[in-house]
Design a protein around this ligand. Structure first.
Ligand SMILES: Cc1ncc(COP(=O)(O)O)c(C=O)c1O
Length: 376
């Protein structure tokens, strides 16, 4: 069986370093290593580090630093991974193997298509659970979800704050989702990679602690602006699942990169973590005002629901504008990369990332506007 391609990632991998303006990124402008090393002592520690293998499931120091962000959790419940991508991969593979009688995955749409794609590639069946546009808001179809989940369901996989819409599922929504899964003995996998990048005031709720069948996947790539560290993790309800996932990660990356494990531990320490979160929030809030104005100035051709979190806006194009053609024209004629809604199973939309430096963002938006104007 041929693997189904992960179209979003492939387009980005092929083009993001070729274009002049890359607005296909969903995180904030990445930080520099220097920002994580405020003292000479820390700089020296990094330079003197011996590049041996790190611990397979992440060092105890890293897993402890992660566990402090999930009250009541210990390092034994954390599996550190190479990015959120490996966290999602391990969890999906584990779910498929551990639940041979349950071959269905109920998958939130629109979404970052990785978990659904892996599930299909492992021979499973994917059933959509829709985030619907109602009265100008993204609303989860919880009735549809109830109908979709059965004894054949291994897990419900959600992404909140959501990629590509920036929608945050409320605490009540999460409780309902966990309870629907629980009634059928299914797991809930919550990709919470954009948590901490809220544009609205409050931190997005998490599924953490809602039941003993929830797994959280996440990383430092988006809300921390540290994608190049490639450090992610899975939060498990008990040490048992973390130990099982470790068996799987022995077959994937062996261990997170040693220098990254150490830098990630610093990034998660209270002093530095607070500063990073503040930086992220100010980038998403300030840049959203630029985006919002730009959307308003093209309101005859596009519309967008304000995201509640993440440096991304999912924009509806006027009927008749093909989102894939639009994205390709933009890339070829203006050297600007954005993501077509087709890559989220939502043709008619495009996702624009607004986490970059302001001048860069404004210049790229101006070029997108020039292509949009040709549809007037
Ligand atoms: C929802 C979601 N999960 C996981 C990932 C992959 O994260 P990482 O870069 O940490 O591997 C992404 C990347 O865009 C994402 O949007």
């Amino acid at each position: 069986m041929k693997l189904e391609r992960f179209k979003l990632e492939r387009l980005q991998s092929e083009q993001e370093h070729n274009v002049e303006y890359n607005l296909s990124e969903s995180g904030v402008e990445p930080m520099h290593i220097r920002d994580l090393l405020p003292t000479q002592e820390l700089k020296d520690q990094l330079l003197d580090m011996q590049l041996s293998y790190s611990q397979t499931n992440g060092t105890v120091a890293l897993r402890e630093a992660i566990s402090h962000h999930y009250p009541g959790t210990t390092a034994e419940q954390i599996s550190a991974t190479t990015g959120g991508a490996e966290a999602n991969f391990l969890v999906t593979w584990w779910l498929r193997k551990e639940n041979p009688d349950r071959d269905e995955l109920v998958f939130m749409i629109p979404n970052y298509m990785q978990i659904g794609g892996i599930w299909k590639n492992l021979g499973g069946k994917v059933i959509p659970f829709k985030l619907e546009m109602k009265d100008g808001k993204w609303v989860p179809d919880l009735e549809g979800l109830r109908a979709a989940v059965s004894k054949k369901t291994a897990a419900i996989a959600i992404c909140t704050p959501n990629n590509p819409t920036g929608k945050i599922l409320s605490e009540d929504d999460l409780k309902t989702i966990v309870s629907i899964a629980g009634e059928q003995g299914a797991w809930v996998v919550s990709d919470e990679i954009y948590r901490g990048a809220e544009i609205q005031e409050n931190k997005a709720p998490s599924v953490h602690g809602l039941s003993d069948k929830v797994l959280i996947t996440t990383s430092l790539s988006k809300a921390y602006g540290l994608p190049g560290l490639r450090i992610g993790w899975v939060v498990c309800p008990s040490p048992k699942e973390a130990l099982e996932l470790w068996t799987y990660s022995d077959y994937t990356t062996i261990s997170p990169a040693t220098a990254s494990d150490w830098l990630a531990t610093l990034a998660l320490s209270p002093g530095i973590q607070g500063k990073i979160e503040k930086r992220t929030r100010s980038v998403v809030r300030e840049n959203w005002t630029i985006m919002e104005k730009w959307i308003a100035s093209h309101s005859d051709l596009i519309s967008g629901v304000p995201p509640e979190a993440a440096a991304i806006c999912f924009i509806k194009l006027k009927d008749g504008i093909d989102s894939f053609d639009f994205t390709m024209r933009l890339m070829k004629e203006k050297s600007v990369l954005i993501s077509p809604g087709d890559h989220f199973e939502m043709p008619g939309y495009v996702r624009i990332g607004f986490g970059s430096e302001k001048k860069y963002l404004e210049s790229a938006l101006e070029l997108i506007g020039e292509i949009l104007n040709t549809y007037r």
